[in-house]
Design a protein around this ligand. Structure first.
Ligand SMILES: [Zn+2]
Length: 339
């Protein structure tokens, strides 16, 4: 039998689960603002896995993924401990905003300090109270507002454990992504905590594909880490690691007419859409300079020159990548809304 798990002074016995509300700050009204979390502590030893969502307060798919994962985890059978934080940026969440009230991006404020700016204090709180007590992290994100992402994992793949987590998640695309200063991934790396980031869908939306794939992916990683029993072996998905990605930007202002959708395979020189004026004149094609798979796409038609319209991932084996996306959609058995 393992020892109780203690976080923020609260003890959770082996084989138990507990919901906590950690006091973070106060609203202008002096009402307390708390960070909700649930701890599921297994009876047998194992990793302490943090799954967290809504570091950007308007990214909702991850919140539902956290809920669905929790509903499938039984503390009597779990090895290790699951620490689930559905809403990290509670300030942004209650304002339907990506940002904090001081307009900072929380994912650029890590590790933060106790006496710094609001963003710095929220980051420090999260690291001190939660991150420092965990051994592995899955950070759940979506595209920005009016931009949707094909389910994808971003991780630094030079660490074997991180790579195993990234590959076992089962997203159709993996990006070997460099780490940005101030991000949760940066603070995790500085503490040798393996971390992967899941991106899927768009802000302020529930996307059934993103949620189902994310829930399945987190459970897959938990099996890889030995926290859950393995299921009957399916043929593993080929791990399609992008060799590079390219943003395609609008070259004129106007109304975008898409000819391409998320997950589509595109070929260098192909027209992916046109931008027109309100009376239909001045059509200008949006042409891809690279072959690859569309992994990010604008979801509303108003564009200004310079706006990112498509995000294209390039692969050595682009045909294989296309088949991977098709198999991924087939296996989920959900009619995609956005691709
Ligand atoms: Zn995000």
């Amino acid at each position: 039998m393992v020892a109780p798990f203690t976080l923020a002074g609260i003890e959770v016995a082996p084989g138990q689960r507990k919901v906590l509300q950690l006091a973070l700050a106060q609203l202008y009204t002096q009402s307390p603002l708390t960070v909700p979390l649930e701890i599921v502590h297994g009876k047998q030893p194992g990793p302490v896995l943090l799954i967290c969502a809504a570091i950007h307060g308007d990214e909702l798919n991850g919140i539902e993924i956290v809920n669905q994962v929790l509903s499938r985890v039984n503390p009597a059978r779990l090895k290790g401990t699951l620490v689930a934080v559905p809403v990290v940026n509670v300030f942004g969440f209650i304002n339907k905003s990506r940002y904090l009230p001081d307009r900072r991006d929380l994912n650029r404020c890590f590790p933060g300090t106790e006496k710094g700016s609001l963003g710095s204090r929220v980051a420090h709180f999260f690291v001190d109270k939660i991150v420092n007590h965990c051994s592995h992290i899955i950070d759940l994100h979506t595209g920005a507002i009016h931009r949707s992402n094909l389910p994808q994992i971003r991780a630094k793949l030079d660490c074997d454990i991180t790579r195993d987590m990234a590959e076992s998640f089962g997203a159709p695309v993996i990006l070997d992504a460099s780490i940005r200063d101030g991000s949760l991934r940066a603070v995790a790396e500085s503490r040798d905590i393996p971390v992967i980031l899941y991106e899927a869908g768009e802000a302020l939306r529930f996307d059934p594909v993103a949620i189902k794939a994310g829930t399945r992916g987190v459970l897959n990683v938990m099996r890889t880490l030995g926290m859950l029993k393995p299921t009957a072996k399916k043929a593993p998905m080929d791990h399609m690691i992008a060799k590079s990605t390219t943003w395609i930007r609008a070259e004129q202002d106007g109304l975008l007419h898409l000819k391409t959708r998320l997950g589509d395979r595109v070929t260098k020189g192909q027209c992916l859409g046109t931008i027109t004026a309100p009376l239909g004149a001045a059509a200008r094609e949006v042409v891809t300079p690279k072959s690859g798979i569309v992994i990010g796409c604008l979801t509303m038609p108003l564009v200004n020159e310079g706006d990112a319209v498509f995000h294209i991932a390039s692969f050595d084996e682009v045909k294989q990548a296309e088949m991977n996306v098709e198999r991924f959609v087939d296996e989920l058995d959900i009619q995609p809304q956005s691709f």
